[in-house]
Design a binder for this molecule. Structure first.
Ligand code: ATP
Ligand code: MN
Length: 468
């Protein structure tokens, strides 16, 4: 019986296939399961049950049946990594498992029979809590790797005919649609078209370590677009443009100089009563058209263009004095969170991609910029008063000796902060990445790059309830 991921990794060439690389992970409390409909040399369904950090897997040629009279052959195959459960797409010809994979069902499962850690069992009953598969089932091992999957009689008995369910539970696509989608994406990338925008000079090197081209960045922003847009869409932006790579000149861009697709314009009067053009992204094509003209780092206002005078995203940046240890910075983040918790303000954490962390607070209450700024300032002041030897709310560098400056000043009208998911035009192309609070001690401020950021999209979004 297969019980580790070595077999899985050995069979796959990770330079050719897009399937996730197998790493052993700690099981979370709730055990996940997935059924992937796999149109390979032989059509079959793969049932995968999370167990002890991996996914126990069976290939079921006829698929599960809701009829308790059916005994469906289920051949135990090698364990799969938990991250594999999200895989839907095409495995190229010549690769192991070549064909098309559809996520057919997903959810949680519970063992009814006691199963030991190493999964030494020849028969067990279990409950599936999926979107399609529900209720009690049994798996019986009758010879070698051959098992039988049988539905138990319960209220889900003869629930439905699974053959009629021919669309992905995740993306609602048929096999043909999954294939077409993959082919379309591939042809587009080959022709340097991302979201209908042609990327010129696609091979231009923006970072040389790791090697990242302009096209790579366009693909990156396209991939993170869904998660990033709620934080950048319809907010005035300023960007950093870097047309010749990070070793050459960088330019700040604050004003509109184009009428590209997906870009909106807004005219504001400045303190001297002069009119100035600002701009914002309206949708994913706006983001990609910005990348096309070499804007790679994105900073946004704390308010939406249609509610410009009522900010809704407050950002605290912890700026440590040089040589302050990472432990002190993390302590600072925790201290700040404790104050925000006391004030009943929910807060979210991201890496800055630079030296520190950003603590971000959604503001529901309708506030003027003046009040918003005062609120932010008062929070930084509380930090300073409570721990005078650790924090300062004073922006002046000479007040920062051995301390952390709690930067609240960016919560001022027309100030900006780097957007979640934006890359930073600094060494190694770090990302300003949303992370979970429990990850604070594990992740350094400049540790997550574009590859890791993309991998993290498969996990639960730590900021999913930001605007709830
Ligand atoms: P670190 O953790 O390294 O301090 P950071 O994001 O906190 O990173 P900076 O990048 O130094 O800090 O930015 C400081 C301030 O300057 C932020 O408010 C940021 O939005 C602003 N800023 C940076 N680039 C631009 C830009 N292109 N246009 C406008 N403001 C910018
Ligand atoms: Mn900072």
């Amino acid at each position: 019986m297969a019980n580790n991921l070595k077999k899985y990794n050995k069979k796959r060439n990770f330079n050719k296939t897009k399937e996730p690389i197998g790493k052993k992970k700690k099981s979370s409390q709730k055990l996940r399961f997935v059924v992937q409909h796999h149109l390979a040399r032989k059509d079959h369904y793969d049932l995968r049950l999370e167990w002890n950090g991996t996914m126990k897997s069976w290939a079921i040629p006829k698929g599960p049946s809701y009829n308790p009279k059916d005994k469906r052959l289920a051949i135990m195959v090698e364990d799969h990594p938990i991250s594999y459960r999200n895989f839907e797409g095409v495995i190229p010809k010549g690769e192991y498992g070549a064909g098309t994979v559809m996520v057919w069902d997903e959810g949680y499962w519970d063992a009814i029979t006691k199963i030991n850690k190493s999964f030494n069992t020849t028969m067990f009953k279990f409950i599936l809590k999926g979107k399609r598969l529900k209720g009690a089932w049994t798996l019986i091992n009758f010879k070698d790797d051959n098992w039988l999957l049988i539905k138990e009689k319960d209220e889900y008995y003869e629930y439905q005919d699974i053959k009629k369910l021919n669309k992905s539970i995740k993306t609602n696509r048929t096999f043909t649609e999954i294939k077409n989608n993959v082919t379309n994406t591939k042809t587009s990338i080959k022709n340097n078209i991302i979201d209908n925008i042609t990327i010129t000079n696609p091979d231009k090197v923006i970072f040389d370590k790791p090697l990242i081209t302009k096209l790579d960045l366009a693909i990156y922003y396209h991939k993170v677009g869904k998660r990033m847009l709620p934080f950048i869409n319809k907010r005035i932006i300023s960007t950093i443009r870097c047309p010749e790579g990070i070793k050459k000149d960088k330019f700040f861009q604050k004003h509109l100089d184009n009428n590209n697709k997906g870009i909106g314009k807004i005219i504001l009067e400045n303190d001297n009563n002069n009119k100035e053009d600002y701009y914002y992204i309206k949708d994913i094509s706006g983001l990609i058209s910005e990348v096309q003209r070499n804007s790679f780092e994105f900073h946004t206002w704390g308010s939406l263009v249609n509610k410009l005078e009522h900010p809704d995203i407050m950002v605290f940046d912890l700026d440590p004095d040089e040589n302050l240890s990472i432990a002190k910075i993390r302590e600072g983040v925790k201290d700040l969170k404790s104050i925000l918790d006391e004030l009943q303000l929910k807060s979210y954490l991201k890496t800055s991609g630079g030296k520190g962390y950003h603590v971000v607070v959604p503001i529901k209450e309708k506030m003027t910029w003046k009040k918003f700024r005062e609120t932010a300032k008062n929070i930084a002041k509380i930090m300073e008063i409570k721990w005078p030897d650790k924090y300062t709310s004073n922006i002046r560098k000479n007040k920062r000796k051995g301390k952390i400056f709690i930067d609240w000043v960016r919560n001022t009208r027309s100030s900006t902060s780097v957007s979640p998911y934006s890359i930073r035009l600094r060494n190694n192309c770090p990302v300003s990445m949303p992370i979970a609070w429990r990850e604070l001690d594990k992740i350094k401020p400049n540790e997550i790059g574009i590859k890791d950021a993309i991998k993290r999209l498969n996990r639960k979004d730590p900021w999913s309830d930001f605007f709830d």
